[in-house]
Design a protein around this ligand. Structure first.
Ligand code: GLU
Length: 289
C-alpha cells in the first residue's frame, strides 16, 4: 500500500530549522512513486495565525525543494467537519459543556488536596461534569461562553483497550486517562488541536503520521478519539526534536534560525538539506552563522 504523510504547521511564525527537519522527514515518509505528501495548515487559533506566515510556509517549503499534493487543507475552512464530530460525541453522551474560566479551575484545584498533573498540565477537576441537564441548558440559553470537554472516564469505558503502532517500537497501549477531561472545543474556537488533527488525518486518508516526539503523549488522546468516532488509525513515527548547540529545541523566538532569515542571508537549500539529513553537522553550521 502506498503511504500518505503530512506536514501540519500552524502559521503563527516563520518556520525554523526544526520545522524544516520535520517537513523533510514527513516528505520522505510518503516514499517514492505512489506515495502522497500533504501540507495542512493548522490555523484554528485565529488570534495567533497570520496570512503572511502561511504564505511564508509555502515559499519556504518550496525553496527547500518540497512538493505536496494540492489542495492544501486549511483547518479554518472545515469547521463544519469538527462540528459534526462533536455532534456525534454529544449524541453518545461523551462530551459536556464547561463554563469554567482559567481562574475557576485554578481556584478549584487549589481547594483540593490532590491535584493531579497530566501531560497537558493540571488535570481539570471535573467541576462542570456534575452539572444537571437543566443547569447546562439554562446557562447555554443565557449565552454563557463554554468549552466542550470529553468525559474521559466514560470515553475509556466505551472504547475499551486500544493500541497504536509506533514505528520502530511496535504496539503501544493507549491510555488517555492521565489527561483528564480534555477540551475538544474551546470557548473561542469550535474545535481543539486534539479533535482537528485526529479528524483531519482520517479525512485526508493519512497512513503515517510523522511529527516531533513532544506530541507522542497526545497520541493517547488521538487514538481514543479514533475509536469513539470510528476513524482509521494511521501508523505513527514520532521523531527526536532537533536541538541547538546548548541542547534547547528550536522555537519561534530563534529569529535568526528561521528559513526566512537563512534564505535572506544567502544560504542555499542544498546545504541545508545535507545538514538536516545529518544533524551531527548542525552544531558546526550554527557556530559558523
Ligand atoms: N500543528 C502542530 C504543530 O505545529 C502539529 C500537529 C501534528 O503534527 O500532529 O505543532
Amino acid at each position: 500500500m502506498s503511504s500518505v504523510s503530512r506536514f501540519a504547521p500552524s502559521p503563527t511564525g516563520y518556520l525554523h530549522l526544526g520545522h524544516a527537519y520535520s517537513a523533510l522527514i514527513a516528505a520522505a515518509a510518503a516514499g517514492g512513486s505512489g506515495g502522497r505528501f500533504l501540507l495542512r495548515i493548522e490555523d484554528i487559533d485565529q488570534g495567533r495565525c497570520r496570512p503572511q506566515f502561511e504564505d511564508a510556509i509555502r515559499e519556504d517549503l518550496a525553496w527547500l525543494g518540497l512538493t505536496w499534493q494540492e489542495p492544501v487543507r486549511r483547518q479554518s475552512e472545515h469547521l463544519a467537519d469538527y462540528r459534526g464530530a462533536l455532534d456525534s460525541l454529544r449524541a453518545d453522551g461523551l462530551i459536556y459543556p464547561c463554563f469554567c474560566t482559567r481562574g475557576d479551575i485554578r481556584a478549584e484545584i487549589g481547594r483540593s488536596a490532590a491535584a493531579p498533573h497530566g501531560p497537558d498540565g493540571p488535570v481539570y477537576p471535573g467541576t462542570c461534569r456534575a452539572l444537571s441537564a437543566e443547569a447546562r441548558a439554562e446557562r447555554i440559553a443565557a449565552g454563557e461562553a463554554h468549552a466542550l470537554r470529553l468525559d474521559m472516564a466514560r470515553a475509556i469505558e466505551t472504547s475499551g483497550n486500544l493500541t497504536w503502532r509506533e514505528h520502530e517500537q511496535g504496539d503501544i497501549a493507549a491510555d488517555a486517562a492521565p489527561f483528564g477531561d480534555v477540551v475538544l472545543a474551546r470557548k473561542d474556537t469550535p474545535t481543539s488541536y486534539h479533535l482537528a488533527v485526529t479528524l483531519d488525518d482520517h479525512l485526508q486518508a493519512v497512513t503515517v503520521v510523522t511529527r516531533g516526539e513532544d506530541l507522542f503523549e497526545a497520541t493517547h488522546v488521538h487514538r481514543l478519539l479514533q475509536a469513539l468516532l470510528g476513524l482509521d488509525t494511521p501508523e505513527y513515527a514520532h521523531h527526536a526534536l532537533l536541538r541547538d548547540a546548548s541542547g534547547r529545541r528550536f522555537a519561534k523566538r530563534d529569529h535568526a534560525l528561521t528559513l526566512h532569515e537563512l534564505r535572506a542571508a544567502g544560504h542555499g537549500p542544498e546545504r541545508l538539506r545535507e545538514i538536516l539529513a545529518e544533524p551531527a553537522q548542525l552544531p558546526a553550521f550554527l557556530a559558523a552563522l
